[in-house]
Write a protein that binds this ligand. Structure first.
Ligand code: 1HE
Length: 268
């Protein structure tokens, strides 16, 4: 039988899906500022491994409480007193979760607020679009904690802000917020209500054919890992499939017979 969101057994996340496939994944550990313990990472893997095959058309990733995510569960990490190989294996689970998000082919919109720090920023940077509100701030306090990033920040945060800014954030604990955070690329939107905006974006994205969204939310990331030559080839293959899909016929016809909206400012 096809899996539904009710089949998930979750302690730290809440997942709901509406009739249009607009899916909400909520970080539900507000008392711990949604810090990522090992169990939450397993739940992220379970959820994001399955959502693309469960009819999810777009996902809003949101959090309970006033902070999006405080990163690695430092208390658990202290209590576990992990050996290097244990932490390496844990990091592989973080990568599993975040790769499932980034390469899953379903748009994920992160609705941010409060702290988006350390592993919380790694989580947010695995989403396809980040929406900040006035309370949102970004930091990589790993240096101050005597740690290093282990959930993909060297790939995704460096990709968003550039290597020099990431190194500065890690060496100095520099915090970015508001317009400055937008300018450096940590989020694409700064609004009063990040959740309302995230749902607006999710609903708009869900209007696109799923095959187009699959390509947008997996192919671009894959191609960034390739040589320019291979990426050009892969892009041709993906475009061959996407740009000839039956779902695009009606849209192309609407353009050809002048009933489709034109791409102009103020036309939505
Ligand atoms: C936590 C965590 C956590 C809060 N692990 N338990 N991340 C950090 O360095 C950020 C650490 N957290 C903070 O700086 C602050 O908690 C916040 C700015 C996010 C929020 O402050 P505040 O005043 O609202 O809350 P609080 O009083 O500090 O914490 C409330 C509770 O959440 C408290 O637990 P309680 O049982 O004593 O009530 C805190 O212990 C708990 N809590 N943050 C565990 N992070 C793969 S490598 C990634 C490496 C990293 O992510 S390094 C960055 C870690």
């Amino acid at each position: 039988m096809k899996k539904t969101v009710e089949d998930f057994a979750l302690e730290n996340l809440v997942v709901t899906m509406d009739a249009d496939g607009i899916t909400t994944v909520t970080l539900n550990r507000a008392a711990k500022r949604n810090a990522l313990n090992a169990e939450t990472v397993e739940e992220l893997i379970e959820v994001f491994s399955n959502l693309p095959r469960m009819g999810a058309r777009a996902v809003v990733l949101r959090a309970e409480g006033t902070h999006f995510c405080a990163g690695l569960d430092l208390v658990e990490h202290h209590a576990e007193d992990r050996r290097p190989e244990e932490f390496m294996h844990l990091c592989l689970r973080w990568h599993e979760a975040f790769n499932k998000m980034e390469y899953g082919g379903v748009p994920i919109i992160a609705a941010l607020k409060g702290a988006v720090v350390g592993g919380g920023l790694e989580l947010a940077s695995s989403a396809h679009i980040r929406v900040a509100d006035q309370s949102t701030y970004f930091a990589l306090p790993e240096g101050q904690r005597g740690l290093f990033t282990g959930g993909g920040a060297t790939i995704r945060v460096a990709d968003l802000v550039g290597k020099a800014r990431m190194i500065d954030m890690m060496l100095t604990g520099r915090i970015y917020a508001k317009e400055e955070a937008i300018q450096v690329g940590l989020a694409q939107y700064l609004v009063e209500d990040s959740e309302a905006k995230a749902y607006e974006i999710a609903r708009a994205a869900a209007e696109n054919p799923p095959l187009s969204n699959f390509a947008i939310c997996s192919a671009i990331s894959h191609m960034q890992n390739m040589s320019a030559l291979d990426a050009a080839y892969a892009e041709s293959v993906v475009a061959g499939v996407v740009n000839t899909q039956p779902a695009s016929r009606g849209r192309l016809a609407a353009f050809a017979n002048k009933t489709a909206a034109r791409v102009k400012p103020g036309q939505g």
